[in-house]
Design a protein around this ligand. Sequence first.
Ligand code: ADP
Ligand code: MG
Length: 535
Amino acid sequence: MSLAFDDYGRPYIILRDQGQKKRMKGLEAYKSNILAAKAVANTLSSSLGPKGMDKMLVSPDGDVSVTNDGATIVEKMEIQHPTAKLLVELSQSQDAEIGDGTTGVVVLAGKLLEQALTLLDKGIHPLKISDGFDRACDVAIKHLETISEEIDIQANEHEALIQAACTALGSKVVSKRKRELGKIAVTAVLDVADLARRDVNLDLIKIQTKTGGSVEDTRLISGILIDKDMSHPQMPKEVKEAKICLLTCPFEPPKPKTKHNINISSAEDYKKLYLQEQQYFVDMVKLVKDSGANIALCQWGFDDEANHLLLQNELPAVRWVSGTDVELIAMATGARIIPRFQEITPEKLGKAGSVKEVQFGTSNERMLVIENCQCTKAVTILIRGGSQMIVDEAKRSIHDAICVIRNLIKDNRIVYGGGSAELACAIQVLQYADEVSSVEQYAIRSFADALEGIPNCLADNCGLNPITSVAQAKSRQLQENNPRIGIDCMELGTTDMKEQRIYETLSSKKQQIQLATQVVKMILKIDDVIAPDDY
Ligand code: ADP
Ligand code: MG
């Protein structure tokens, strides 16, 4: 600190180190990064598996959510540390690409980092560790492919798909209803799937939540369900052979801009202006009706006066349709989104068999269903549940299940869960380690240990002794040459995951191992952290 004087002789203080950056280098940097990332992974590890715990997350403004979904947990944790953030992104990329396995991927990355830390302590160079992990990852992926099995998605009323959905739902809050929800998810995906091209457009499955009732009341609605009703109670409750005009402009006369002045000097002039405004609106309704439309869906609102005019002119209308709904309706009914009234033409209307109001439960709340859309089939899963927390978590869980089914339609190969696939890979990687004579051997062995961490974690979470259960499973895998032996989390009396029918997609497992390895390699490459001092 030193004292100086400015041009006018006023004293000021110079703080010498202000703005200086905090800097960590070398081993210190590696370790600090690894520890931060590991802390995140440790938080998630208790959530893995069918008996995994849920987390309650409270946002800064007090919203509470309870979830078991890895991607959601890390997203809501509001992590600051830059390397720990890499794990958040890891979970999110698994979510974006695969949809399920978002906890597992972070836990695996955590186990790998733990191993890396011990290797660093042994004095092995980070690049060697990185190389070893990379080679081990290749071996594990290849082995996964050899132990994968193809399933017949059609057989037995899509039983395999339902089972896979059940595995995904089994670890969630809604696990009690996994079979029913699994079936709903399978039907929804198959309804919109293009089996010939092995493709599913998930945008066509709308998941709508509505609190009330219970999770059992969740159902599949063929058509698009929107949480809106007709803008006026006296409008018809059903429009058959609907020709939909989809508007994204407000259905109201243009308001005079505030910066213009209108001088009205007499009551007559005022009336004229009023009539003119009304006429303007009547013209708008006429434009819509002339195009042949018999219902207007509007992204914006209209006032009571306008609503009344719509009723008088017998044009049923819906206001405040959300942007995503507008897009979905456009896709399904073939409607073009119309941004200006002047652009309405008959070709731009969407067509649907019917648009009708339906009522749920005993409450007075109504929703609109658009059925038999002309272009593509779209379906809605209406999730019910006692509270917002439950329906939100159910929505996330069903999303996981839907993704699993979509992945199986794209690629029908599965591996078995319960940690069996990871264990089988660990055994293979360990064998490979013995063939490597360089220092990478240690890293490869550690990779195998990290893979074993998954069954270990599953056993731990369901109250089994992790060391004995993993040891038993491993020796049985070796003795019986059976890669399907895992952890009997539900205590059903068998550790053969094929008998328990715990199906996981090959694509998800592969992605988990690859992504986790990639992130760990990335963290191991960072040897210098330069950050503002208050970090
Ligand atoms: P993720 O977000 O990674 O999907 P989950 O909480 O869904 O995390 O847990 C998935 C893990 O739990 C997988 O390793 C899977 O094999 C395992 N698992 C799921 N159901 C069972 C079960 N019934 N018995 C044993 N393991 C299971
Ligand atoms: Mg899961």
